[in-house]
Every structure is written in structure tokens, then in C-alpha cells.
Ligand binder design. Structure first.
Ligand code: AMP
Length: 311
């Protein structure tokens, strides 16, 4: 129904099976994947794999895994013989007013989901392992990181993201690292940073996984009340309508204004709904400045949703 992927049924089937088999699966998951908490053990295991000629795929996450994360694991497995996932709720990418404390944490359930997707290793460091006392470095980033989208509303976010991703790339030295298009500006920021700092890791983007009604899967969707959950898909619906209008010849700014109006009428407080060049994230005014991407962020109740779509 949607141009992108929806939650794979295989994953949902496995999830259901796991609910029935509870203990047994938890035990087999625990025995099949390795969870390491410190950089020393991580590097030792990865070095062993490399000596054996294995290639390594990294899927960085903050946990609370859903089918979107699992699609990243599947993509990693297509490119590398070993797949590892980092699970770390990174404090430096949250502003003090944001949900760092409340962010859902579920390491055991996440490890079981990752095992079901046949991942190999989870790296779940404590905060002190990543940011030891005296830590004093934060990357300064430009280009897509200062495009005036997320950065306008969350100025500390991308320096925190770039710093943790750079650390993970150094710690893991993976052949490939997978990121979701769901966080489109983040994907561009990480790609730019990896190129600028000469990381050898290839950065690969994966399309957004959605619910059947179009809502992009997100760990933060659990914050939505039942009433808000019913309204939430209207953000993506407005973006789809906007793409349709632009491709029908409606002037971009006119189509965007209509989308902003629809989203506000649905009850969102909109941060931005914008059309940008899909690579540079520079503003565009015409369909001819192809490829174009629409990007949006809007808050429903207390939950901030972001989404994007190709034109
Ligand atoms: P997070 O745990 O939210 O930091 O996300 C970890 C990775 O999963 C990021 O690269 C996200 O872009 C990606 N991701 C999150 N939601 C989705 C989704 N619905 N579809 C595909 N990838 C996603």
C-alpha cells in the first residue's frame, strides 16, 4: 500500500511464537548471542572475527527494538558475515528538556529480538564506558547538520549523534553501518561525517518501516494515547498528499502550505514541513531541483514525531 516497507510478517510471527515459548526462547536467545558491556571485550571479539576473515556490520540503536530496527539487521546481514548491534541511550543527543530519563529501556527483550533476527553480538555499554570522567570532546559539524531542520529545534542533537557514531565506528571498525531513512537528516549527517573523517566504514540507508496505516514505527510511539495513535498517521498522509500534488504540478510552497494546514487541523503542533534537496538538504522551490525530499516534525500531545518521503 505504501511505497516503503511494512513490518515483515515473519518477524511478527516469530514475536508471537516467542510469547508462547517464553522461557525456552529467552534461554536460547541468551545462549545464541553474546552481550558485551565494555570496549575491551568488544574489540577482542571483533578482532577474532576479523582474523577468521569475517566482515562486520554494525546497527547502532538506542534499543526498544521494533520491526524498523529489525529491517536494519536484515540489511546488515546482506552485506556482512557478522552483525552486531549497539544499544545505548546516548545522553549527549538529548537536551535537558527531552525524554532521556523516560526513554524506553528493555535490554533483555531487545537481545531476544536481535537473536530472533539472527544477529551475533550486542554491545550494551554503561554511560561511564562511553563517557568516562573527564570526557570533553564533541564533534563540530556543518553541512546537512545545519540545514535548519531538526538542528533548528534540537541544536545539541546532531553534535551528540555525530560524536557517539564516530566513537562506535572507532570502537567497532565495521565494514558497514546501517541507518534508517526514518531519521533522514541523521543519515545525511552520519554519511557526511564518516566521509569527512575518513572512516572506512560504508554507511548504508534503509527505507522506513511503517504500520499498515502509514505511521512510521518509532520507539517513541509508545508515548501516544489511543486517541493520539488514531490521529498520528495523518502526518504521513499529509506528506503523501503533498508529493501527489507536487507531482501533479502544484507549486511546492502551495502544496507545503496545504500540508501544514492539514496537520495543524489534525491537532499537531508543527515544527517544520519542508521540501529539501535529498542529498544536500538545501531548500528547493521547484520539482526540477531533483531529487527532492519532504521532511516533517510535529508534536502530538507530548510526543514529537518525525517523518519524510521522497518526491
Ligand atoms: P533509534 O533506536 O531510534 O536511535 O534508531 C536506531 C536506528 O533505527 C536509526 O538508524 C533509525 O533511523 C532506525 N529506525 C528507527 N525507526 C525506523 C523505522 N521505522 N524504519 C527503519 N529504520 C528505523
Amino acid at each position: 500500500m505504501f511505497p516503503e516497507t511494512s513490518p515483515a510478517s515473519g518477524y511478527n510471527e516469530r514475536k508471537t511464537q516467542r510469547q508462547f515459548m517464553g522461557q525456552v526462547l529467552a534461554a536460547s536467545a541468551a545462549s545464541r548471542i553474546e552481550i558485551v558491556h565494555d570496549v575491551g571485550s568488544l574489540r577482542a571479539r571483533l578482532a577474532q572475527w576479523r582474523r577468521a576473515g569475517e566482515t562486520i556490520g554494525l546497527v547502532p540503536t538506542m534499543g526498544a527494538l521494533h520491526a524498523g530496527h529489525i529491517s536494519l539487521v536484515r540489511e546488515a546481514k546482506r552485506h556482512a558475515t557478522r552483525t552486531m548491534m549497539s544499544i545505548f541511550v546516548n545522553p549527549t543527543q538529548f537536551a535537558p528538556s527531552e525524554d532521556f530519563g523516560a526513554y524506553p529501556r528493555s535490554l533483555e527483550a531487545d537481545a531476544a529480538k536481535f537473536a530472533s533476527a539472527e544477529g551475533d553480538l550486542v554491545f550494551a555499554p554503561a554511560i561511564g564506558e562511553i563517557y568516562p570522567p573527564g570526557f570533553a570532546t564533541l564533534l563540530s559539524i556543518g553541512g546537512p547538520a545545519t540545514a535548519g531542520l531538526e538542528d533548528r529545534f534540537r541544536p545539541a542533537h546532531f553534535p551528540g549523534v555525530a560524536t557517539i557514531v564516530a566513537k562506535l565506528l572507532n570502537q567497532c571498525r565495521p565494514d558497514i553501518a546501517i541507518f534508517g531513512e526514518k531519521d533522514y537528516q541523521q543519515l545525511k549527517v552520519v554519511t557526511r561525517m564518516a566521509r569527512d573523517l575518513d572512516f572506512e566504514t560504508k554507511i548504508i540507508g534503509v527505507p522506513t518501516v511503517r504500520e499498515a496505516d502509514g505511521l512510521a514505527l518509532s520507539s517513541r510511539n509508545v508515548y501516544l494515547s489511543a486517541k493520539e495513535r488514531a490521529v498520528a498517521p495523518s502526518l504521513f498522509a499529509a506528506l503523501r498528499r503533498c508529493v501527489h500534488d507536487i507531482n501533479d504540478g502544484v507549486i511546492i510552497e502551495t502544496a507545503l502550505a496545504a500540508a501544514r494546514k492539514t496537520v495543524a487541523a489534525a491537532g499537531f503542533v508543527t515544527d517544520y514541513i519542508e521540501a529539501r534537496h535529498a542529498e544536500s538538504l538545501a531548500p528547493v522551490t521547484s520539482r526540477e531541483e531533483w531529487p527532492v525530499r519532504l521532511l516533517a516534525a510535529a508534536t502530538l500531545g507530548k510526543t514529537r514525531l518525525i517523518d519524510n518521503i521522497a518526491v
